[in-house]
Design a protein around this ligand. Structure first.
Ligand SMILES: [Zn+2]
Length: 294
């Protein structure tokens, strides 16, 4: 029997009347979609799943309907550059070498830090529909991604933040993935800060907790006594918004000379989307039309 996980969701909560905010998400179904497309190794599957959970947290905090965020993790590990793009609750992701694998750690856990690399950068580009996008970046801390996202939130967004990201994977299939972000607001009291610090230990094995419990139930248990209040529940999805038109624009950007070379040498062009691996063929007539318009 195939295991059907509960639907993916982002839970927005406040604690102590807004002194802290929490985002808690389950991303198992969209991670499974990612795995179906990219056929990643177990560790790459965990890395990409964690990247997507972290990116969705950034995305759901943006206010505009068309605002989008791109997170790029460029570490010195074998997976190469990883990229995730999210808009609202929709996300897509890719990696340069998703089939690369590394041995498990001594404790039996997947070694995401080694696959991603411990040296490099996590970059965030937010497109807010303005002329210039917002760009922020931090150096990687461990490549495990939870700490790296926490560093980004704390340094770039100047908000003390705790992040835990988890992914349980078996044979290339994500069984339970998701994460939590806890942010202290400027008026956060010392007592609450201490409590949050203490309770962060509860998130250590978040993928197991997510596999066994409902999101709201989890949040209520973890933040018991801190006035947890659910302010929003938002569905999360995998979606690639690529299209033939977009690819045509990419071809047009090559310019007349290069397009003519392609036409003369190959007679056609095949473009594959990095995110969903959809291949689109542009035949001789398509190329001629593009050259005319270039
Ligand atoms: Zn695509």
């Amino acid at each position: 029997m195939t295991y059907i996980p509960p639907k993916d969701e982002m839970l927005h909560l406040t604690l102590m009347g807004g002194q802290a905010r929490v985002l808690l998400c389950r991303t198992t179904v969209l991670s499974q979609e990612m795995a179906r497309i990219h056929h990643p190794s177990d560790t790459a599957c965990a890395a990409l799943s964690r990247l997507m959970s972290g990116t969705l947290m950034l995305s759901v905090m943006m206010k505009g309907e068309n605002d989008s965020v791109t997170v790029t993790v460029a570490g010195d590990g074998p997976i190469g550059k990883m990229t995730a793009v999210a808009k609202g609750g929709e996300i897509k992701a890719t990696a340069e070498h998703p089939q690369e694998e590394v041995p498990r750690r001594a404790d039996g856990h997947l070694d995401v830090g080694t696959l991603v690399g411990r040296h490099g950068r996590l970059s965030v580009v937010k497109d807010l529909g303005l002329k210039e996008p917002y760009i922020g970046q931090v150096n990687l801390i461990s490549g495990e991604l939870g700490e790296d996202f926490a560093e980004y939130f704390t340094a770039s967004e100047q908000t003390p933040s705790l992040v835990a990201l988890g992914a349980r994977v078996n044979d290339g299939l994500p069984l339970s993935t998701g994460g939590i972000l806890v942010q202290a607001m400027p008026d956060c009291g010392e007592d609450l800060l201490n409590q949050l610090e203490l309770r962060s230990m509860l998130f250590a094995d978040i993928s197991r907790e997510l596999a066994e419990h409902d999101l709201t139930e989890l949040a209520m248990a973890w933040f018991d006594g801190l006035e947890p209040q659910v302010v929003e529940k938002q569905p999360l999805f995998w979606r690639c918004d690529c299209s033939r038109e977009r690819m045509e624009r990419a071809l047009l950007a090559l310019g007349k000379a290069e397009l003519t070379d392609i036409l003369n040498e190959d007679g056609f062009a095949t473009l594959t989307c990095h995110f969903c691996r959809t291949a689109r063929v542009f035949n001789e007539d398509d190329l001629k039309r593009l050259i005319e318009n270039a």
